[in-house]
Design a protein around this ligand. Structure first.
Ligand code: CLF
Ligand code: SF4
Length: 527
C-alpha cells in the first residue's frame, strides 16, 4: 500500500449523495431516469418508464442491462492495438485497462479475422447479442481497423448490436462514423472532470502530432471527453461512462464526475475498482497505489445513487472476451480453431428462437420476484430497514445453479424486505479441484464474501459448509435451481423469522477484499 493512500470516508460520501440529490431536485441533469426504486438500466428487471426505442437498445445488452447479463453474452475482437494517451494504471504490453483487467494479453486480429470470428461465435453461442471493440488499445485511435470491422458486421450479422469503448480523445472527430455504422452503444472512460486530478492519472496524451504532458494534457482530454459525450447524446447514441476508482486520487471526485456526465446525457455510469499489482508493471502498481476494498467501492457507488444510472455488474473483461460476463470462452475460439471450423453458416432463426425463449424465462423470473416480495411479512420486533448482503453461486439464467466448489465468482445481492438487488460480484479462486476441495482456498473465499450474511449455492460439501459457518456466513443449498431474487428473499424472510423467534441474533458483517490480478482462461485452469 502506498504511504499516501487514503481510505474513502463513507461519512463524506454520504454528504456527496445528498449533493447529487439536490442537483436533481433543482432540475439539473438529463432526461434519463435512475436511482433507487426507478427503472435504472443497470439494475432494472423490466422496461419501467424507459421509452420503447431505448428499451429495445438495452434489453438484450449484457452491460447496459443488469438483468440481461444473466442471459446474454458479449464478445470483443482485439483489432485496435494503438493508443493515443497513457494512463498510470496501464502497461502497454497488455490490454487497455479501461475495459480489461491489467495483466491480460489478447490475440490481435485483422478486421477480416475478426469478422470470421464473430460469425463463428454467433453461430455457436446464440445468446451472443453484442460485439464490442475494447482494445487492446483504444478503439478510436485505430479508426480504420475499428470501422472496417463494424461495417462488415453491420452487413453480415445485422441482428448483432455494435459497441465500442474509448478514452474519448479522438471521439469528437469520429461521431459521424459511429452513427454511419449504427454503433448504438459507446463507452467513454472518464476518471476526472478536474485536470488537476487528471494530472495524477494521465502522464501524457498524444495530441496534434505531439506529446502533451501535465495538467494541460488532462485539460485537453477532459474537454474532448465532454464534447464527445455531448455530441453522442445529441445523436441519440447510448453512452456509458467507465470510471476507475483510485483511492486517494479520485474517490470522492467521482461523485462530481457522475453529476457532470449525467448533465450531458450519459445513460449509465460504471465505477470500477482499480486493480493494481507491482507485477503488472504499471506506474500505480510500481508506486504501491492500492485499489479499493469492496465496501469502499460500494460506498462510492451508493453515494452516486440518484445521479446517472449505475452499472455494478462490470467484470472488467479482456479485449478478446467471449461469453456471458464473468465467464471466458475465448480459448474455444482461437484463430486456429476457427480456421478448422471451415465455412460458417450464420443461423439467424436459431438465434431468434433462443432469444424468444429467454424472453419467457425473464418474465417468469420477474414474476417470481414480485411474488416473493409480496410474501415478506412485517414483524413487530424486527427493524423494517434491516438489510443484508448475500453471495450467490450461479452459472447464468438468473438461477442459483452452481456448486460452491465450481464458482470462480459470487454475485452479490443486497436484500431487505422491499428489494433483492444485484450490487456487485467477487472473483474467487476455484475451491474444487479435480473433484476434491482445496481447503487452503477457503480463507481467500471467505475474505472475498466476508461482508455477506449467507451464500446461496446449488450444492456444498461438509467441509466448506462448516468453515463458512465458523466464519459467520450461512451456507444455503435449499433453494437450488430457483431464481436468485426469489431464493434470496425467501431466505431473508426466514432469517427475520428466526431472529424474531430468538433462534438467531442479527450481527452486522465487516468489509471484504476485491481480488487483485488478472483472470485468464489459463489462470482459471491453473486455479
Ligand atoms: Fe464490451 Fe464494453 Fe461494449 Fe460491454 S464490455 S465494449 S460495453 S460489450 Fe461490459 Fe466488460 Fe465491463 Fe466493458 S462488462 S468491461 S462494461
Ligand atoms: Fe492503456 Fe487504455 Fe489508457 Fe490507452 S486508454 S493507456 S490502452 S488504459
Amino acid at each position: 500500500m502506498s504511504a499516501n493512500a487514503t481510505f474513502v470516508s463513507i461519512a463524506s460520501l454520504k454528504k456527496g449523495q445528498q449533493a447529487v440529490s439536490e442537483v436533481i431536485e433543482t432540475g439539473g441533469g438529463c432526461g434519463t431516469t435512475g436511482g433507487e426504486g426507478k427503472a435504472s438500466c443497470g439494475s432494472s428487471d423490466g422496461q419501467g418508464d424507459m421509452p420503447a426505442e431505448i428499451w429495445d437498445k438495452v434489453k438484450n445488452h449484457p452491460c447496459y442491462s443488469e438483468e440481461a447479463h444473466h442471459h446474454f453474452a458479449r464478445m470483443h475482437v482485439a483489432v485496435a492495438p494503438a493508443c493515443n494517451i497513457q494512463c498510470n494504471y496501464c502497461n502497454r504490453k497488455y490490454d487497455c485497462s479501461n475495459e480489461s483487467r491489467p495483466g491480460v494479453v489478447s490475440q490481435k486480429l485483422t478486421p477480416e479475422q475478426a469478422v470470421k470470428k464473430v460469425l463463428a461465435v454467433a453461430s455457436e453461442i446464440p445468446q451472443m447479442t453484442v460485439l464490442g471493440i475494447a482494445g487492446p488499445g483504444d478503439a478510436l485511435a485505430n479508426p480504420k481497423k475499428t470501422f472496417d470491422t463494424m461495417s462488415a458486421l453491420a452487413e453480415k450479422a445485422p441482428d448483432i448490436k455494435l459497441c465500442l469503448s474509448t478514452n474519448g480523445l479522438a471521439l469528437p472527430d469520429q461521431v459521424d462514423e459511429i452513427c454511419k455504422y449504427n454503433i448504438d452503444h459507446v463507452t467513454i472512460t472518464i476518471n476526472m472532470v478536474d485536470p488537476e486530478v487528471g494530472a495524477k492519472i494521465y502522464p501524457w496524451i498524444f495530441w496534434d502530432h505531439k506529446r502533451v504532458t501535465g495538467v494541460e494534457a488532462s485539460r485537453i482530454l477532459h474537454e474532448r471527453q465532454m464534447l464527445g459525450l455531448e455530441m453522442l447524446t445529441a445523436r441519440g447514441v447510448l453512452t456509458k461512462i467507465n470510471s476507475v476508482l483510485i483511492p486517494g486520487v479520485n474517490d470522492e471526485h467521482l461523485i462530481e464526475v457522475n453529476r457532470e456526465v449525467k448533465k450531458r446525457g450519459a445513460f449509465l455510469h460504471n465505477i470500477m475498482p482499480l486493480i493494481s499489482e507491482a507485477e503488472h508493471g504499471t506506474v500505480f502498481g510500481l508506486t504501491g497505489q492500492r485499489g479499493p476494498t469492496a465496501q469502499e467501492l460500494k460506498a462510492v457507488q451508493d453515494a452516486c445513487m440518484g445521479g446517472a444510472n449505475l452499472m455494478r455488474h462490470c467484470r472488467q473483461c479482456r479485449a478478446d472476451a467471449v461469453g456471458l460476463l464473468g465467464e471466458d470462452r475465448s480459448e474455444e475460439f482461437t484463430l486456429d480453431k476457427i480456421d478448422a471450423m471451415g465455412d460458417i453458416a450464420y443461423d439467424l432463426d436459431k438465434r431468434q428462437a433462443y432469444q424468444a425463449k429467454v424472453e419467457l424465462e425473464r418474465q417468469s423470473q420477474h414474476q417470481a420476484k414480485v411474488d416473493a416480495l409480496a410474501a415478506q411479512l412485517d414483524l413487530d420486533n424486527i427493524d423494517p430497514d434491516m438489510t443484508v448482503l448475500m453471495a450467490v453461486a450461479t452459472e447464468g439464467h438468473g438461477k442459483v445453479n452452481q456448486h460452491f466448489g465450481h464458482a470462480t465468482e459470487f454475485q452479490i445481492f443486497e436484500v431487505n424486505k422491499d428489494k433483492a438487488q444485484f450490487v456487485g460480484h467477487r472473483r474467487v479462486d476455484l475451491y474444487c479441484q479435480g473433484g476434491y476441495g482445496e481447503d487452503e482456498q477457503l480463507p481467500s473465499i471467505v475474505r472475498a464474501i466476508n461482508d455477506c450474511h449467507a451464500v446461496l449455492v446449488a450444492k456444498i460439501g461438509a467441509c466448506p459448509r462448516d468453515e463458512l459457518k465458523a466464519a459467520g456466513i450461512e451456507p444455503v443449498d435449499e433453494y437450488a435451481h430457483e431464481y436468485i431474487e426469489k431464493a434470496a428473499l425467501s431466505w431473508f424472510g426466514n432469517y427475520r423469522k428466526r431472529i424474531a423467534n430468538g433462534e438467531l441474533r442479527h450481527v452486522p458483517r465487516g468489509d471484504a477484499e476485491i481480488r487483485q490480478g488478472a483472470l485468464t482462461a489459463a489462470a482459471e485452469a491453473e486455479a
